[in-house]
Design a protein around this ligand. Sequence first.
Ligand code: ADP
Length: 605
Amino acid sequence: MSFNENVYKSIVEVSPFPVYVCSGDEMIITVANNATLKAWGRDKSVIGQPFSEALPELKDQPFRGLLSHVYETGNTYFSSNDRADLMVDGRIQTFYFKFTYQPLRDSNNIITSVLCFATDVTELERSRQAVEASQNTLYNIIKQAPVAICILDANDLTVQVVNDSYLELVRKTRSELENQPVWEAVPEAAELYAPILNNVIKTGETYYAKEHEVILIRQGAEELVFIDFVYEPISDINGKINTVMVIGMEITEKVIARRLIEEAEERARLAIDAAEIGSFDLDMATGNMVTSIRFNQIFGISSTPSRNTILELIHPDDIALRDAAYEFARNTGKLFYEARFIWKDGSIHWVRVQGKLYLGTDTHPTRILGTVLDITEFKHLQQQKDDFISVASHELKTPLTSVKASMQLLERLIRQDPTSDKVSLFIDKANSSLTKMHHLVESLLNVSKIAADQLVLNKSNFIASEMIKDCCEHIRLTGKYNLVLSGDMELVFYADKNRIDQVLVNFINNAVKYAPESDTINIHISKEGDNSKLSVQDFGRGIPAEKLPHLFERYYRVDSSGVQYSGLGLGLYISADIIERHGGKIGVYSEKGIGSTFWFTLPSV
Ligand code: ADP
C-alpha cells in the first residue's frame, strides 16, 4: 500500500459520511468506513461478506439491484432521499440516505467495483415529512371547513389552495380558480376588492368585511349576495408577506331573513304610528316602563314615565273603573279600559288602554304589554251625537205635543160645536206644527243622504231673482221684515233649483231667527268673474269671530245651550254640502253688533 493509498484510506475512515465499496459480481463489501458500519448497525465483520449476506433485511429493497446495475452498465446512480429499512439495535428502523453509486475501473477500464458515497438525511426527511403532514392536516382542515377559504400567493395573486366551500360561494369549478390569478378568475369582484387586497399585502393589516354586498356572476347571471370575509396576510420567517388567506362566509339568507324581520317590524311600527297608537311595556314588579314617543305624547309627558307617574294623572272619577279593568284582566289576561287623564296643564284627555297581562309562576301579573290611544276627539263626537239626539228629540217633541194638543181640542170641538170658527184655527196650528216637523225630518234625511253620498242634483237654468221672490213670500207676508232684493235681476243660475232654494230659505230663516232685531234683510245677486254670487245680509248681533270657522260643521250651534233658539245645527252644514256639490263656495262675513252676511257662489255656465 502506497503512502497515498494510506492517506486516502484514513480520510475515508474518518469521514463522517458513509463510504463503502462493493466488488465483483457478488458485490463483496471490500471497504466500509465507520460511518457506514454505524449507519448499517454492523461491525467490521461485514467486510469481506457479500452485500446481500451482510444486509439481509435489504433483500426486498432496491439497493442490491442498483449496485449490480451500476456494476453492469457503468452509469452512475444519483439517489434523492431514498428510504432504507435497516436492522439497527436489534430492530428494523427506517432511515433516509442521499447517495451516489459510482463504478470503479481498473487500469484496463474494466469495472471492478461500485463506490458508494452517502449522507444520512433521515433527520431532514423526518422534519420534511412532519411539515408535509402538518400541511396536509391544514389542507384537510381547509378542505372540510364549512367556511370558504382561498389561499393566494401574495406575489402574483394566484390561487394556491381553494376549498369546496369557496368554489360553492363563487360558483366556480376548481380548474377555473386553482393556479389562476384571482382577479382573472373572479373579475366581477376585482374593481372593489383588488385595492383592498393590495393594501393588506402592503401593510400586513388584516381586513375584515362585514355584510358586504357583492355582485357575483353565478351560472352566467348576476346575483347579489352578502358576505362576511377576512383577508389575512401570512408572513414567512423573514417577515415578508408571501400568502394571503381569504376566509369568507355567505350570509345572504341570514341578511334577507333579518331584513324581512326588520321590514315587518317597520311595517308594524308604521301601522302603529299611522294609527297614532302609543305602546308600552310595564314591569309590574318594579313599576318601570318602556314607552314609545307617542305614548308619552298621549299623556303629555316628555320622558319615559314610571307607572306611578301615569297613575297620578288618572281622573279621580275614573280610578274605580280602572281598578275594575285590572281585576278583570287578572282573570282573563286582557286589559281594557277608557279613562280620563289630567295633564299637568290641567287639560283632560280621554285614553283607551289595551294590554295583555303576563303572569309569573305564582300567577301574579309580572308584565303588561299594551297600547294606548287618544280618544278625546272620539269622545267629543260621541258627546256631540248624544247632545244632538237629545236636541233632535226635543225639537220634534215640541211640535208633536202641539199637534197632539190641537187634535184633542179639535176632537172635543167637533163633538160639541162642529161649526165653530175655532176649528180652522186649530187645524192651522196643527198644520204649522206638522210643517215644522216635516222640515226637521227633512233635515235629518238630508244629513243621512250626505253621509251616504246620495244627495243627487237635478240641474236646470233658472232666473235667480224669480226663485228669490217665490221663496221669500212667506216672510214678506208676516209684514215684519223689509226684504230688499238688489243686483242683476236677469242673472241665470244653472243649478238644482230646489236645493238652492233650500239654501236660500235657510239663510233667510236664520236671519229671522238669529237677528230678530234686524228689520231689513238685504238679498243681493251679482256676477263675479266666472261665478254667480248670492248674499243675504242681516243687521243683527253678528257672530263672534272665533265661532265663524265652525258654523258649517255638522251639529254646530253657536249657542249650544239650546235654550234661546231652537234648531239642530244642521241647516248650514246641509247648505255647505249642496253648494260644494255644485262646485261653488259658501261663506260668511260677520261682525259683532253690526250683522252678518251669508253668501254662496255657483260656477256660471
Ligand atoms: P240651526 O238649525 O241651529 O239654525 P244652522 O246650521 O242653520 O243650524 O246654523 C248654525 C248656527 O249658526 C246657529 O245655531 C246660529 O247660532 C248661527 N247662525 C246662523 N245664521 C245666523 C245669523 N244670521 N246670525 C247669527 N247667528 C247665525
